[in-house]
Design a protein around this ligand. Structure first.
Ligand code: ADP
Ligand code: MG
Length: 294
């Protein structure tokens, strides 16, 4: 072809299912030498499902009542965990309450007025750092099996815990291996989720460097630290919580199918075909194009 090398690299990347926003992106992608991957929606499929519903003894809540409370609060959220909770409530044909004053905090969870109560749903560690033993034991029981435990608070008091699990993408391990080969370094996992669930998953794809319980700005700090050590970091993520790190990275790639609007807007490139394995392919393509240009 007579196309300039970088343009033809963009066209090739497009054919592989990665949409680069400019020629500069392909050039930068060819320079990366370290990779940071998000967990939920990036290494996993991003369609988590409710696997356990545990009202706390003493609350007199049924499973359905706990789920309806949580789903009502989660209804306006676009977070994959929120969608899992709402879908489970729909499957049980539960009627949801009206939601007032909804607020969402990335890396933490949601808060809303539901049925005359303030209901919060989210990370146990963030919502209730000094939880009673009953809550801690329940959370641990779910997390050791790789589930994400989501805590439900009603007027500040624990109402119950919901276990949610997500499948690893079928090409996750192969992608980690290919990126390791290309950069000479094993990718790291940056996640807002809990350490137990994160390590359980990381072990299955060959990642040992796991940074868990991170807020969006913690992901940025990790990326900036490596860039200060002269690494050119590729960040791959899907969530609102990943947007600042995608912006701070040498190059940011968002997962397109389940990706939040903010992540898609902020990233330099988008994986449109929803295959993680296209990422090492386009990194290799970008490097080949750079060699032709330079
Ligand atoms: P990741 O970095 O793995 O994509 P997030 O930063 O999106 O994860 O979420 C981190 C944690 O924050 C979740 O594991 C959950 O505990 C909590 N969380 C955030 N948003 C929500 C929500 N809408 N509902 C329930 N939990 C949430
Ligand atoms: Mg995510």
């Amino acid at each position: 072809s007579t196309m300039p090398p970088l343009l033809s690299a963009i066209a090739n990347a497009g054919r592989h299912g990665v949409l680069a926003k400019s020629a500069v992106v392909m050039e930068r992608l060819g320079q990366i030498d370290a990779v940071a991957l998000d967990k939920t929606g990036t290494l996993t499929e991003g369609t988590p499902r409710v696997t356990d519903i545990r009202p706390l003894p003493g609350t007199r809540l049924t499973e359905d009542a706990l789920l309806a409370l949580a789903a009502s609060a989660e209804h306006p959220s676009e977070h994959p965990l929120a969608r899992a909770v709402v879908d489970a409530a729909r499957e049980r044909r539960l009627s949801l309450h009206e939601t007032l004053d909804f607020t969402s905090t990335p890396g933490r969870g949601v808060s809303a007025g539901v049925d005359g109560h303030t209901v919060e749903v989210g990370s146990p560690a963030r919502l209730l750092p000094t939880a009673p033993d009953t809550v801690r034991d329940l959370v641990e029981e779910l997390e050791v099996t790789g589930q994400t435990a989501v805590l439900v608070l009603r007027d500040g008091a624990p109402a119950g815990v919901i276990g949610i699990a997500d499948r690893l993408r079928p090409d996750a391990a192969a992608t980690v291996a290919a990126l390791t080969e290309l950069t000479g370094r094993t990718p790291v996992l940056l996640t807002g989720d809990n350490e137990r669930a994160a390590r359980h998953l990381a072990a299955q794809v060959g990642i040992s460097d796991v940074r868990a319980g991170l807020l969006p700005q913690d992901k940025v700090a990790a990326v900036q630290k490596w860039e200060g050590e002269e690494r050119r970091v590729l960040v791959v993520g899907d969530g609102v919580n990943d947007a600042p790190a995608l912006a701070a990275a040498h190059t940011g790639i968002a997962m397109g199918r389940a990706g939040s609007d903010l992540a898609l807007e902020t990233a330099d490139a988008v994986v449109v075909r929803d295959e993680l394995a296209t990422i090492p392919k386009v990194v290799a393509l970008s490097r080949a194009a750079r060699r032709l240009v330079v």
